[in-house]
Structures are given as structure tokens and as C-alpha cells.
Design a protein around this ligand. Structure first.
Ligand SMILES: Cc1cc2nc3c(=O)[nH]c(=O)nc-3n(C[C@H](O)[C@H](O)[C@H](O)COP(=O)(O)O)c2cc1C
Length: 310
């Protein structure tokens, strides 16, 4: 499949997930079948200051296929400079975040706040587009306080966006309620550029519901947390050894990050993996407070082996 010149091997995309979609996670999701992966949202402002943290978040892995760097900010010039920053040289395209509802982001006029100011949003898209020859996409919600996806799509197209991802909720909805598939279908019916559908895809049924909107591809976020093999399941190629996937995630991260930091960072991933097979009680508590990656892996190994056999 071809989206704005990017050749995807299937229609499954891993969403940008701040604090979750690290290089190891993106790599294992790719190995499980995700055709395109997004970086965590990267601050254009921080890039201008040569931020070390941003450099680390921009590391990519050879397993990743099509790689998109997602940037956030509100200044057209700084956003344009960001996509020219050598830190992002390994990516195949750029995405502009117009969906993040986090208070500190919105207060700054970034993320979802841009949906309240479509004139500025358009200037950003246009400036970024002029700054690169690579595809530029925009990740939006269906509106700020009400659905106005038609105007949003128009803004993206008029300013040169190559494709758009629609999370089927307004800013006001946050993550509550159900994804608005009608608004996504409307976006698709109006848009001349490809549309990626996003929101609440957690199983085959919700995947098929998203496909029924006629979107070009499907982006999956929370459905993949603790479950990179969800991509393989959707492709009818289930992963036999899930624990091996977890080990691969950890091994990749070990190449880039110090053990001490990783031990704390990995707790949430380990809990998410454990959550998939309903690990509870003392074992869950141990994973939540772990001071040893090896110890956590031993717990998960026992639980996954037990789960796979039973
Ligand atoms: C932990 C977490 C982090 C997220 N970080 C980002 C981000 O950095 N950029 C972005 O555009 N969306 C971000 N999102 C939103 C997701 O990309 C996605 O749009 C949303 O979760 C809906 O899709 P889902 O139902 O498949 O999760 C984040 C969501 C979660 C749960």
C-alpha cells in the first residue's frame, strides 16, 4: 500500500505514545508486523536547544520499516527548523501533533490547542511542508470542543499536508466515551489526501469497524501497550513465544540506556505485559517496585510460560 509515496507492507501503524513508544517497543511492534511507526512526540522547541533527551527519543532501530518523527510546538518557524534538524535524519516523514490534550501542552498553545486556531495551524503545516521534501502528515482530533473535522481536513489539505491521521474524539472528550467512527468516515469521504483512522482498536471487531470507515490505514495505540503481538494477531500470524518478544524489547533498550534508569523505566512496560495475562497480587507488586530487570523477567517468564501452556 502506498501512502503519500511511503510504501507500507500492510495497513497497520503504531501510534505515537509518549513515555511508551521507545525504540525497543517500536522495534518489537515492527517485528510483529507494524508497517509504520511514530516516534514519541518531540518538542520542536527542545530541538532548537539541542536537547539530549530529544536526541535519545529520536533513535531508530533497523527493524522499523517506515519511520515518522512526530513534532509538537506552535511556532511555524521553529517547527520548520525542527524537521531540518539532523537529529531527525533517519526518519521517512514528519507528523505534526494537533491532538495532544495534556494540560501543559495545550496551555502552551501546542497539540490540541491548534485545533482552536486553524489559521495558525495552517501556517505551521505550510512552513513544515516547505522545509522538507519528505511527506508531512498531521495527527488531529475531530475538533476542539465540537466536531469540526471538515474544516480541519480543509486546513490540512490547503496547506499541503500529504496525509492526515484522525483520532475519533474531540479535545473535550479526552480519552472518554467511544471513538466517533462517523466523524472518521466523514473525514475520509471529504479528504483528497489519505486518511489514517485511530481510536479504540483493541481487537478484530474494533479493527473491522475502523476499516468500515474506508480509511487508508489503521493506527493503534493503547491496544498495543503490553501487547506488541497484537499486530501479528491482526495479520493472522500469531506470535508463539511472547516472552521472547518481551526479552527482545529489553535487549534493544539495554543497548541505548543505562541499567539504573532502565530498571525504573521498564516497570510500566513490565506491568503492561503482566496485565495482558492478569498477573496479580505479590507478583504484580514485585514488578511495580522492581529493582532488578532480571528478576522482573524471571517473574514474567514463569507467568507467560504458565499462561501459554494452560
Ligand atoms: C500513553 C499515551 C501516550 C500518547 N502519546 C501521544 C503522542 O506523543 N503523540 C500523539 O499524537 N498522541 C499520543 N497519544 C494518543 C495516541 O497516539 C492515540 O491517538 C490515542 O491513544 C487513541 O488511539 P488508541 O485508542 O488506539 O490508543 C498518546 C496516548 C497514550 C495512551
Amino acid at each position: 500500500m502506498n501512502i503519500a509515496g511511503l510504501k507500507l507492507e500492510n495497513n497497520l501503524i503504531l501510534a505515537p505514545l509518549a513515555g511508551v513508544s521507545d525504540v525497543g517497543f517500536r522495534a518489537v511492534c515492527s517485528q510483529c508486523g507494524a508497517a509504520m511507526t511514530y516516534s514519541e512526540m518531540l518538542s520542536a522547541q527542545a530541538m532548537a536547544y539541542n536537547s539530549q533527551k530529544t536526541k535519545e527519543m529520536a533513535i531508530v532501530h533497523p527493524s522499523e520499516k517506515i519511520k515518522i518523527a512526530q513534532i509538537f510546538g506552535h511556532d511555524p518557524e521553529i517547527m520548520a527548523q525542527a524537521v531540518q534538524n539532523p537529529v531527525l535524519k533517519d526518519f521517512n516523514g514528519f507528523d505534526i501533533n494537533m491532538g495532544c490534550p495534556a494540560p501543559k501542552v495545550v496551555k502552551n498553545g501546542d497539540g490540541s490547542a491548534l485545533l482552536k486556531n486553524l489559521s495558525l495551524a495552517g501556517k505551521i503545516v505550510s512552513a513544515v511542508k516547505k522545509a522538507t521534501n519528505l511527506p508531512v502528515s498531521v495527527k488531529v482530533r475531530t475538533g476542539f470542543d465540537k466536531v469540526n473535522i471538515a474544516e480541519i481536513i480543509k486546513m490540512c489539505e490547503e496547506n499541503g499536508a500529504d496525509f492526515v491521521t484522525v483520532h475519533g474524539r474531540t479535545y473535550n472528550q479526552g480519552f472518554s466515551g467511544e471513538v466517533d467512527l462517523e466523524a472518521i468516515a466523514l473525514a475520509k469521504s471529504l479528504a483528497k489526501i489519505p486518511v489514517i483512522g485511530n481510536g479504540d482498536v483493541v481487537d478484530e471487531k474494533s479493527f473491522n469497524n475502523m476499516i468500515s470507515t474506508k480509511v487508508n490505514a489503521v493506527m493503534i495505540g493503547r491496544g498495543a501497550i503490553g501487547r506488541p503481538w497484537f499486530f501479528a494477531e491482526l495479520l493472522n500470524k500469531p506470535v508463539q513465544d511472547k516472552f521472547k518478544v518481551i526479552c527482545e524489547h529489553v535487549e534493544i533498550l539495554k543497548k541505548y540506556y543505562p541499567e539504573k534508569w532502565l530498571t525504573l523505566y521498564l516497570r510500566k512496560h513490565f506491568l503492561a505485559y503482566a496485565g495482558q495475562i492478569h498477573v496479580k497480587g505479590e507478583k504484580k507488586r514485585k514488578l511495580a517496585t522492581s529493582t532488578s530487570i532480571q528478576e522482573s523477567l524471571e517473574i514474567l517468564k514463569g507467568e507467560f510460560n504458565h499462561f501459554d501452556i494452560s
